[in-house]
Structure formats: structure tokens, C-alpha cells
Design a protein. Structure first.
Length: 524
């Protein structure tokens, strides 16, 4: 969509100027290069006063008088090429009767278009032509921008204003346009199927990088040989998403005005959607409490009208941490996945957590969600809606275990989601790994730990081995490599230090739990 105000063709094809091309063997595309302006100079090195995309006119006053000055002309043309000059015009019959052959040769060798300007044509005529073409093009581009913005404004008031606006922008720019949500996931693209999955992944990485900065910004990136424009949407510190616009050319002022107007409209629409999502969030929280109280039929009716019927039972209830800084992105992520008939997931924000009611066969949603935001989550066993309160308790227990695993410093992403079923497989003693249990266990074992720090034998190790053999002295002593009477003496000493008899089952069970708790922290 970039405008080209004038080209060498405009100059060479105007019969009133009478220009003659002296380098016709150069590629045709060199004559289609844009001309930003026409400048005249007879300096040996005019490049400090020139800009890329300009045409230079000269009468050769500074050229050496005699022939055989090939190096001079090669250096002169080389400087112009390095500066990005589009073409060179030589005015004949002012100083010289014709264009120097050495100049023609140097231009041919270095690919710089060279044309001859007759004596009757003043340089100002070329300048005026370029100015007129530029003004005409600018007027046409401004007219296009006005019509494009009018069409986009009409699209914005349609029922699905945001989609209609982006579709209209795509049509006006003749480029694909993609909207990404605040989490960096693709929301929609126009035209549909305009970009494939590898291209989406490549663009998404750059989008996420911009969004993580948390401020309004734009960037131009290359992907698959295509130049893309990225622009974040929303206010500073409160970004709502990003816009990606395809295209291989640089956009001019008119097209940038159109894009800027769409960015403003899209930011407003996303902000309004966010406010609506917050209101929906309050409704979702209320509906979740109703579900937990057994009002399934009423909640299902409301949900069907708003988002789609509730997930089909049996369902699993998942509870995940929801940090305040990520809450907006979390809600947008889930909102995109919570629509359907029936919905695959029903979610609600509860204090500093988010609860997900998911079909038991679709638990991958929970794994993907927790992985996307790096959250700890607990998942209940499958249950019917009449058992949802019990499922909530199970999910809370599993979440506590997931938090404990994260606090212990695990780096395995799979440990961030804990299913209640795996906890039941591990048994009741799996719950002695909490912080409170470790503190209590250390207090119970302190007499043994203090003894072992000062004595050569490990009394705690002997007690642990004896308990692991179900209080059998013979087999425990064999493992320890001591006589059974020695082990009996150690157990008796431990009973004195602990102030309790270890014969009753309850005493042994409590001591075993204390050992397991301290071992989980490396204290034993």
C-alpha cells in the first residue's frame, strides 16, 4: 500500500521534457524506482546534500576537461550509488556539447540510470513535474484514506464491530490482519485461513515479547520473507492484545492513518469487552456457588443462554492459583475456550484462585491452561454435579499438594497439576509433607537428633529401621549389622529420650509419620 509519488518513467515518458535514456541496457525495474525529489549540483561530491531516492541533475562544470579520466567518473558514480540516488541527468550544451563517454560507461558498469537533458529543457521543469506528480498522488492517497476510514467507521457499528472493523482493514490494505489476545494466543484472522500454523507460531513469539513489556509499542518483524507490522492494543500497563498486519511493503502516511484509526477502535472495543468480561466474571462466581449448593438445573439454564450448556457429567473440578498480575490474561484465555454447546469448560474466579469445571474426558484443558501461565492446580476425581461440593474439597487438597511440590523447588512442569486420584494412590501418609507436619516432626524427633549429633551411633537410623520392619528385632538387627540385644538396648534408650513407650501401635505410627515428615525436608 505504499505510495510511489513519481518514477523515472514519469520523467522519461514526458515528451515536453525531451529526455534521452543513455543506459537502456539496464534492467527495466530500475526505471520504476521511486523519485522523491530532483536536485541539481555541480559539486565533485554532492552526496552530503542528497537523500536516498532522489534524482541528481548536473551540467558537468566540475568534470575534468580532458578524456581518459575513467577513475574520476567511476568514483563519482560510485558515491552516488552508495547514497541511493535513483538516477542521474546530464544537461548538455551548457558546459559540454554532449555527455562524456566515460560517465556513460561508469553508469552502465555500476547500474545507475543516466539520461540526457536537452539545452531547451530547464532543470526546474523536471523538478516541477516530480512535485506535481507527488502532489497529485498525495491528494489521491488522502482521498483513499478518507474513504477507507469512513468504511471502517461504518463497519465498527455493526453487531460484531471488532471483527467487521478488522475485516474492512484487511480489505482496504489488501493484507491479512490478525488479532492476538492479551496472552498472545491467536483470536481471529482476516481473511480466514490467511496464515498457516508455522507462521502463526513465528508471529506469536514476537507478539508475546511485546505484550510482556506491558506498554504501548509497535514493531516491524520479518517472517517467511514477509514484513509484518505488530501493534499492541490497550493502555499502558493494561494491554488487551496485539494486532499483526501482513504485507511486504512499507506503509505510507495515508495507510498509517487508517491503521492508527483501527488501533484506536480495536483498543476501545477490547476495553469494552474487558469491562463486560468483568461483569460476566461476577455472574460466573455466583453461578459456581449455586452449583456447589446443588442448584444445577438453574445454573445450566443461565449458562446455556450466556455461553452454552454446562460441561457434560461426569466432570472434574480443578482449582488453580490466579496471580493478580495475570488475572486479566487468564480470564481472556478461559473466555475464549468456555463458549460452545455444550461448553467444554465452565470457569469462575474465586478470591485468588480460578475454578474450572471440565468434562472428565477433557482434562487436557487444565494441563494446557496451567502450563500456559505456569500455575499450580489441583484436580478432583470425576464426579456428578450432585457431588460437586465433595469434588471441590478434593481439588483443594490436590492444590495444596501442588503448592507444596512447587515450594520444594521442583522444576518439572508436570508436577504443577496434581490429580486427587494420584494422592489416594499414595495413601494418607502422603500428607505429612506439609510445612506444619515437618515442624511438628522435627519437634518430636529433637531428642534423637540431638543425641545423634553428639554420639557416634545413629539412634534415629536404628529406630527407623526397626519401625520399617514392623518392630521385629531379628530382621531389623540383621539389616543394621548388629546383635538383636544391641538393637533392643537402642530402642529402650530411644523410649527414654522420647519420653514415650514404643510398644503401642499408635505411638509407633506417630513416630513413623514424624520421620517421614522430616525426611521430606531433608532434616532426618
Amino acid at each position: 500500500m505504499a505510495a510511489i509519488p513519481a518514477t523515472l518513467h514519469h520523467l522519461l515518458d514526458d515528451p515536453a521534457l525531451g529526455l534521452s535514456l543513455l543506459t537502456p541496457e539496464l534492467p527495466a525495474e530500475t526505471l520504476g524506482a521511486g523519485v522523491d525529489w530532483v536536485h541539481s549540483s555541480d559539486l565533485v561530491d554532492p552526496t552530503p546534500f542528497l537523500s536516498e531516492g532522489q534524482v541528481l541533475l548536473t551540467t558537468g562544470t566540475h568534470f575534468p576537461p580532458g578524456p581518459h579520466e575513467n577513475d574520476f567518473y567511476r568514483d563519482y558514480v560510485s558515491r552516488l550509488r552508495a547514497r541511493g540516488i535513483t538516477g542521474l541527468g546530464f544537461g548538455i550544451d551548457v558546459i559540454r556539447a554532449g555527455t562524456p563517454d566515460e560517465l556513460v560507461l561508469a553508469c552502465r558498469e555500476q547500474g545507475l540510470p543516466l539520461f540526457e537533458v536537452p539545452y531547451r529543457t530547464p532543470f526546474i521543469a523536471l523538478i516541477r513535474l516530480v512535485a506535481d506528480v507527488s502532489a497529485e498522488d498525495s491528494y489521491a492517497r488522502d482521498g483513499w484514506a478518507l474513504r477507507a476510514q469512513r468504511a471502517i467507521s461504518l463497519a465498527a457499528i455493526r453487531p460484531d464491530g471488532l471483527s467487521a472493523t478488522l475485516a474492512e482493514l484487511s480489505a482496504q490494505l489488501d493484507s491479512w490482519v490478525a488479532l492476538f489476545d492479551s496472552g498472545g494466543s491467536l483470536d481471529r484472522v482476516f481473511p480466514a485461513e490467511a496464515i498457516d500454523d508455522p507462521a502463526i507460531d513465528a508471529v506469536r513469539a514476537d507478539v508475546v515479547r511485546l505484550l510482556r513489556r506491558g506498554r504501548r509499542s509497535s514493531a516491524t518483524v520479518s517472517s517467511g520473507g514477509e514484513s509484518l507490522t505488530l501493534q499492541t492494543l490497550g493502555a499502558h500497563g493494561r494491554l488487551r492484545g496485539a494486532l499483526a498486519i501482513g504485507g511486504t511493503s512499507v506503509r505510507d502516511r495515508a495507510s498509517e492513518q487508517v491503521v492508527t484509526s483501527v488501533i484506536a477502535l480495536a483498543s476501545l472495543a477490547l476495553e469494552q469487552n474487558h469491562a463486560l468480561d468483568r461483569a460476566r466474571g461476577h455472574l460466573r462466581s455466583g453461578l459456581l456457588h449455586m452449583l456447589l449448593n446443588g442448584e444445577t438445573e438453574l445454573v445450566d439454564g443461565i449458562s446455556a443462554q450466556m455461553w452454552g450448556a454446562l460441561p457434560t457429567a461426569p466432570v472434574c473440578l480443578a482449582i488453580a492459583d490466579a496471580p493478580a498480575d495475570d488475572l486479566d490474561a487468564i480470564v481472556e484465555y478461559l473466555e475464549l475456550r468456555a463458549e460452545g454447546k455444550p461448553s467444554p469448560v465452565f470457569y469462575a474466579v474465586v478470591d485468588d484462585t480460578v475454578a474450572l469445571c471440565v468434562e472428565a474426558a477433557a482434562l487436557s484443558i487444565v494441563d494446557a491452561f496451567a502450563g500456559e501461565f505456569g500455575l499450580s492446580a489441583g484436580v478432583s476425581a470425576p464426579a456428578g454435579y450432585d457431588q460437586l461440593r465433595r469434588a471441590w474439597n478434593q481439588a483443594e487438597i490436590a492444590l495444596g499438594d501442588a503448592r507444596g511440590t512447587r515450594a520444594a523447588g521442583t522444576t518439572d512442569a508436570a508436577d504443577s497439576v496434581v490429580r486427587f486420584g494420584t494422592l489416594s494412590d499414595r495413601g494418607m501418609l502422603a500428607f505429612v509433607a506439609g510445612d506444619g507436619a515437618r515442624e511438628l516432626g522435627s519437634a518430636i524427633l529433637k531428642p534423637l537428633l540431638d543425641h545423634d549429633r553428639t554420639e557416634s551411633n545413629s539412634l534415629l537410623h536404628s529406630v527407623r529401621t526397626w519401625l520399617s520392619h514392623n518392630g521385629q528385632f531379628e530382621s531389623a538387627a540383621r539389616e543394621l549389622g548388629v546383635h538383636r540385644h544391641t538393637l533392643r538396648a537402642r530402642i529402650a534408650q530411644a523410649e527414654v529420650l522420647l519420653g514415650r513407650e514404643l510398644g503401642p501401635f499408635q505411638a509407633r505410627a506417630e513416630l513413623w509419620a514424624a520421620i517421614l515428615a522430616t525426611e521430606s525436608d531433608g532434616a532426618a
